[in-house]
Design a protein around this ligand. Structure first.
Ligand SMILES: CSC[C@H]1O[C@H](OP(=O)(O)O)[C@H](O)[C@@H]1O
Ligand SMILES: Nc1ncnc2[nH]cnc12
Length: 290
């Protein structure tokens, strides 16, 4: 049953959305275990949305401990077709300053310890991931940011998000290496989500909220949690305005997304050769194709 077509994953500092009305807390169970927390279903300007605090409402999961598969599968179970991730990031470029917003269009994977696929156990699929973010959803998100004219916030359309393992922040050598690659921002969470969302045929885009200059900048102190949290409190207010405006635009005009048919040519294993147990486990993803 479709509870919400639009999902929001709130990262560090965005543990709830104050503007949600008619709130219902749902404990969702998935074939991949429980999500990070109960999903909050609520209404934003007449549109039902599903909100999940990525690290749990009390921030109890390390990035490496996040139940990424359960989080994305839970969104799929609730009927989500568009997923907006709000995330704290460090900046790797002078021009992306704290409080700025970046809507990345690329990722670099520096994680070491994440399960980033629903497949395996007798079924093989390889999704196309050259464009890891839904171009149309990212466009709606960026247009929403631009329309708000938020004071002290510059919007950066496009950019590369390096996803590191953490939990320790980068060394200066690493930070400078990523800069030499031309990357824009760094965080610890969005790449596994983007991959799993694509496998689940959910359009995904990231609202990256800059909190710090990581550790490379000669004129700024190296990132600390205190620095991140201080800027996040200011970012979180802006993030909610952006999400609200994005939801309004999405409900008026839901865009097409390549993500919505991502599995069409991705599954290599003939489905009649897949075990019933695996077919049942992945039922929601496979049902269109069986
Ligand atoms: C609190 S600083 C490091 C932490 O913040 C980011 O979290 P999220 O992506 O969930 O907003 C980063 O990825 C780290 O998990
Ligand atoms: N500098 C940084 N590195 C990794 N994740 C972050 N999240 C916020 N700032 C970060």
């Amino acid at each position: 049953m479709t509870e919400a077509r639009i999902g929001i994953i709130g990262g560090s500092g965005l543990y709830k959305m104050d503007a949600l009305k008619d709130v219902e807390e749902v404990k969702v169970d998935t074939p991949f275990g429980s999500p990070s927390d109960a999903v909050i279903l609520g209404t934003l300007d007449g549109t039902r949305v599903a909100f999940l605090a990525r690290h749990g409402r009390n921030h109890t999961f390390l990035p490496s401990e996040l139940p990424f598969r359960a989080n994305i599968y839970a969104m799929k179970q609730l009927g989500v077709e568009y997923l907006i991730s709000a995330s704290a990031v460090g900046s790797l470029k002078e021009e992306a300053k704290p409080l700025d917003m970046v809507v990345p269009d690329q990722f670099i994977d520096r994680t070491k310890n994440r399960v980033s696929t629903f497949f395996g156990e007798g079924i093989v699929a390889h999704i196309a991931f050259g464009d890891p973010v839904c171009h149309n959803l990212a466009g709606v998100l960026a247009d929403a940011i631009a329309s708000l004219n938020l004071p002290d916030v510059t919007l950066h359309r496009g950019g590369t998000y390096v996803c590191m393992e953490g939990p320790a922040f980068s060394t200066k050598a690493e930070s400078n290496l990523y800069r030499s690659w031309g990357a824009t921002v760094i965080g610890m969470t969005n790449l596994p989500e983007a991959k799993l969302a694509r496998e689940a045929e959910i359009a995904y885009a990231t609202l990256a909220l800059v909190t710090d200059y990581d550790c490379w900048h000669p004129d700024h102190d190296s990132v600390t949690v205190e620095m991140v949290v201080n800027n996040l409190q200011r970012n979180a207010v802006n993030a909610q305005k952006v999400i609200q405006e994005t939801v309004r635009r999405l409900s008026d005009n839901p865009p097409a997304s390549v993500a919505h048919s991502a599995l069409k040519y991705a599954i290599l294993t003939p489905l009649d050769k897949v075990s019933t147990a695996t077919k049942e486990k992945l039922g929601l993803l496979l049902k269109k194709y069986i």
